[in-house]
Structures are given as structure tokens and as C-alpha cells.
Design a protein around this ligand. Structure first.
Ligand code: ZN
Length: 176
């Protein structure tokens, strides 16, 4: 019986993500992405485009920011005290910051003015029009545990890699 991609299926896909022709991210058929459909493991526009697809289907989708990584929010920047940051920071580098509740944020240093450092909390692809070239490689039913967790437990899945209690979709998207 041939399956189609729908909620509570685990789909395996190869993809290439490009922005203005530049390859940003890629998962080849040898090292594909496995994701749980309907669980926001992937950006909304890509999930929508893959709904109803079968193994062997290939598609190219170009997504506006609101269907991909969100709009760029110019207010989502913060000024930090240079003394609180590593000594070797420079403009353009990424930092992982932790807030008082233990949440981690990836930020980009955008300005250094003496003792003041400006960091940008926007996701690097926020505000970008992105294009995905995707091929569907496999589709299977998710098991109950995967559905409960909201992500697939594939062959190379290691529960240690995901703090399942505090699971955050963004962490999963960032995983290479
Ligand atoms: Zn899990």
C-alpha cells in the first residue's frame, strides 16, 4: 500500500535550501532528514507543500518569510555589557546566550561600541525568501511515542540528544 504524507507520518526527505541562489543547508539522500509531519518539525510552508506527497515525488517551493522563518523584527535586538561576554567577540559571530530561566538563544553580534555590544535575536533566515528543492524518500507511520514527543525516533536517534521534557522544535530544526 502506498502511503502519502499526512499528519502522524514520519517522512524521510532529501532537500536543498537556498536563499538568492546560495546553498544554506542540504540533506542528501545518503544523510537525509527524517521528520514528523504535522508537528512543526519543519517550516510551515514546506510542511504544507509536502502534504499529500508520495515517495519519489520531487518538488521545488519558494516561501515568503511568513511561511518560512518569520519576518525580521527590528526590535528583537539587545544591548549587552561587553564585560558579560567572551573577550574574543567580534561583529558577525554567533553567540549562545542563556537567560535566567535556562533558555538558550542564538544571537549574532551586530555592533561593538566600546563597552556596549549589540546582539540580534532574529533567526539568521528571518525575513528571507527561501527555496527548498525536496525529494520524498520514505514515508512510514509514526509510533505512539514519536507522536507524543512530537519528533521521530530514527535509527540514529539517541534520547540523550534531545532533552525530551524540554523539547523545543527550533532545536530540532537546527540539528544537522
Ligand atoms: Zn523523543
Amino acid at each position: 500500500m502506498s502511503q502519502i504524507i499526512e499528519d502522524n507520518k514520519v517522512a524521510t526527505v532529501a532537500y536543498r535550501l537556498t536563499v538568492e541562489g546560495e546553498i544554506i543547508d542540504e540533506a542528501t539522500a545518503d544523510d537525509p532528514l527524517e521528520y514528523l509531519h504535522g508537528a512543526e518539525n519543519i517550516v510551515p510552508g514546506l510542511e504544507k507543500a509536502l502534504t499529500g506527497k508520495k515517495v519519489g515525488d520531487k518538488l521545488t517551493v519558494t516561501l515568503q518569510p511568513d511561511e518560512a522563518y518569520g519576518e525580521y523584527n527590528p526590535e528583537d535586538v539587545e544591548k549587552l555589557d561587553r564585560a558579560d561576554l567572551p573577550e574574543d567577540i567580534e561583529v558577525g559571530i554567533e553567540l549562545l546566550l542563556e537567560d535566567e530561566e535556562g533558555n538558550f538563544f542564538e544571537v549574532v553580534v551586530t555592533e561593538i561600541n566600546g563597552d556596549e555590544v549589540v546582539v540580534d535575536f532574529n533567526y539568521p533566515l528571518a525575513g528571507k525568501v527561501v527555496t527548498y528543492d525536496v525529494e520524498v524518500l520514505d514515508i512510514r507511520d509514526a509510533d505512539d511515542e514519536e507522536i507524543a514527543h512530537g519528533h521521530p525516533h530514527g535509527d540514529d536517534y539517541d534520547d540523550e540528544d534531545y532533552d525530551d521534557e524540554d523539547y523545543d522544535d527550533e532545536d530540532y530544526d537546527d540539528e544537522d
